[in-house]
Write a protein that binds this ligand. Structure first.
Ligand SMILES: [Ca+2]
Ligand SMILES: [Ca+2]
Ligand SMILES: [Ca+2]
Ligand SMILES: [Ca+2]
Ligand SMILES: [Zn+2]
Length: 574
């Protein structure tokens, strides 16, 4: 058994500065177990679920009904205590079935066992430094032990980081830099404990919250996707770490947009329209009622396929292994007319992504399908001639690697009138934004922003002209400690500018949100609608752009019954 490891000697925000705890509780005896996280799923090297117990005698909290009772030994520090509690609840507890309970003042006598937290003053020069924790249920103690399970020394700007990292130890996770496969270009040389005797169950994660060398510089409390995978593996999944898929990619519309949703109406498809009056959505009306079968695997798109100025709904669906493209054409009389516009659009693949846009710039929306062509990306385009789709071949032919986690969004990013195809993808833990620029007959791939910050599997990427300059931009909705935040990458016509924060923790994150870009108030700048559930009904929230940020307002509540499978789109429908 390995004993007497210590926390924290951690990367300073100015560099790599050793930090030694100043009080007696710095020398905790804890059994040092190790838990590594993989960078990508397929690199998993094992599936042991409780190696901490099996190999090192650390009891995780599964033996305690996944419940961790915590209390504060130290009075005061109300700001830091609130941030700590919310950060732990918004990270480990948000994703996994583990509950931190209590959070009151610790008893000063008696035999009750808690993870007792002691707070020590912390200067402003050692960013992430100043914490320690014992691991697993070994962090429990009673009042008379004078041995808190967690010691926190906060720096004002790094409270969330210190909190999430130290409570990672409490959950039984060791330091990622001690991983036996800490090697290669992402190797971390900081703070390695050679006596740790780690056991890896996954591959090394350079950006883990438990790695001193993570690329956030030990300054933010964000978990990586592999941190989430790891805590879920031990404690179970509370919430799936996946993006909410809108399941209907809308062509960009340069006009005031209403909202609409195709929904499963007794195993048939109906389309409900929620008209915008510029400040709110009116109560919905069904304009297409059970006019065809419903399938959860249908891929929905919307655009003006026949060029009459109204937004139509398109569907790619699996007909015995072949993709069929069916449209519901919006009519001035507020009805939709159904027609099959292409009976064989190639072989069906569940992973294919369909997008609508005017890829050749003739005024009629077309459909593009990005597909996994033997591990490479190809994009087929089906051009509309106004009454049917014409298969026009592969506009991208194996021009990059395929990834099922790539987030696709069509838009006219260079503003030349021809819709391009955008992709956000996981480039070794960082986000790269690549567009495939249309010349009217094919796509040319170009990386428009190599490093768009940390990759998160749960992020949603949307295209829209958020600043109203005629060139479509990209918005990223991301999980900022269980709060919604939005970054916008503005197009300058030949590249995306670095991310700007347009919304900061402006709401919670329901389990499923249908995000839909569109200019809902008609001011020429794209806004973002969120459709989410409240007590079984739809709430329609709009984040309206002012050209530099989003303001959030509920535009309609209790407007129709919620169904997670509904495909939401924005468009001109009147
Ligand atoms: Ca077209
Ligand atoms: Ca273009
Ligand atoms: Ca723009
Ligand atoms: Ca707008
Ligand atoms: Zn640590």
């Amino acid at each position: 058994m390995t004993n007497f490891s210590r926390d924290e000697r951690r990367k300073n925000w100015r560099g790599f500065t050793p930090f030694y705890l100043l009080n007696a509780v710095s020398l905790f005896a804890f059994t040092f177990a190790f838990f590594a996280f993989s960078a990508v799923g397929q690199e998993r090297i094992g599936t042991i679920t409780e190696p901490l117990i099996t190999y090192h005698g650390v009891q995780n909290w599964t033996s305690q009904n996944n419940t961790v009772p915590v209390c504060w030994e130290t009075a005061g520090y109300d700001r830091e205590k609130k941030i700590t509690q919310e950060a732990v609840a918004g990270t480990w507890q948000f994703w996994a079935n583990v509950n931190f309970t209590g959070w009151g003042m610790c008893p000063t006598s008696g035999n009750a066992q808690h993870v007792r937290i002691r707070v020590s003053p912390q200067g402003d020069t050692d960013a992430g430094a100043g914490g320690s924790a014992r691991m697993g249920t070994g962090a429990l103690s009673k009042a008379g032990d004078n041995n808190p399970g967690v010691s926190l020394g906060f720096w004002a700007k790094a409270v969330e980081y210190v909190a999430v990292h130290e409570f990672g130890h409490v959950l039984g996770f060791g330091h990622e830099q001690d991983a036996p496969d800490n090697d290669g270009p992402a190797r971390c040389n900081n703070g390695i404990d050679t006596s740790a005797d780690p056991i890896s169950i996954t591959a090394y994660d350079r950006d883990s919250i438990m790695n001193y060398c993570n690329r956030d510089g030990n300054m933010t409390g964000h978990l990586t996707d592999t941190d989430i995978e790891g805590v879920q593996r031990v404690y179970g999944v509370r919430r799936q770490n996946v993006a909410s898929i809108n399941s209907c990619q809308s062509a960009q519309l340069k006009a005031m947009a209403s909202l609409a949703g195709a929904w499963n109406d007794q195993n048939n498809t109906s389309v409900a329209v929620f008209p915008s009056d510029g400040t709110k959505f009116l109560f919905h009306a069904n304009r297409s009622i059970r006019d065809g079968g419903w399938g959860d695997t249908v891929k929905w798109v919307s655009g003006d396929f026949d060029g009459n100025g109204l937004t139509d709904l398109g569907a790619a669906w699996n007909n015995g292994g072949h993709a069929v493209l069916t449209v519901r054409l919006a009519q001035p009389n507020k009805k939709f007319v159904v027609a099959h516009w292409l009976l064989d659009a190639g072989g069906w693949m569940d992973t294919s992504v369909y997008m609508a846009g005017d890829f050749n710039g003739d005024g009629k929306s077309d459909i593009a399908g990005a597909w996994n062509n033997g591990g490479m990306t190809s994009i087929a385009v089906y051009l509309s001639d106004g009454s049917k789709f014409i298969g026009s071949g592969q506009w991208s032919d194996r021009d990059g690697g395929w990834g099922d986690t790539v987030k696709w969004a069509a838009g006219d990013f260079d503003g030349d009138g021809k819709t391009d195809v955008g992709a956000a993808w996981n480039n070794n833990g960082l986000t790269t934004l690549t567009i495939r620029k249309s010349d009217g007959t094919k796509f040319t791939p170009i990386h428009w922003l190599d490093n768009a910050g940390r990759w998160f599997d749960a992020s949603v990427f949307l295209a829209g002209d958020f600043n109203g300059d005629g060139k479509d931009d990209i918005a990223q909705m991301w999980d900022d400690i269980a709060n919604n935040a939005i970054k916008v990458y503005i197009s300058n016509g030949s590249a995306f500018q670095p991310a700007r924060a347009w919304a900061t923790r402006d709401g919670g994150i329901p389990p499923i949100v249908k995000w839909v870009p569109g200019d809902f108030n008609g001011d020429g700048k794209s806004d973002i609608a969120a459709v989410w559930e409240n007590h079984g009904s739809n709430v329609l929230t709009v984040r309206a752009s002012d050209g530099a940020k989003f303001g959030v307002a509920h535009w309609s509540e209790n407007n129709g019954g919620w169904a997670p499978t509904s495909a939401w789109f924005a468009g001109k429908l009147d």
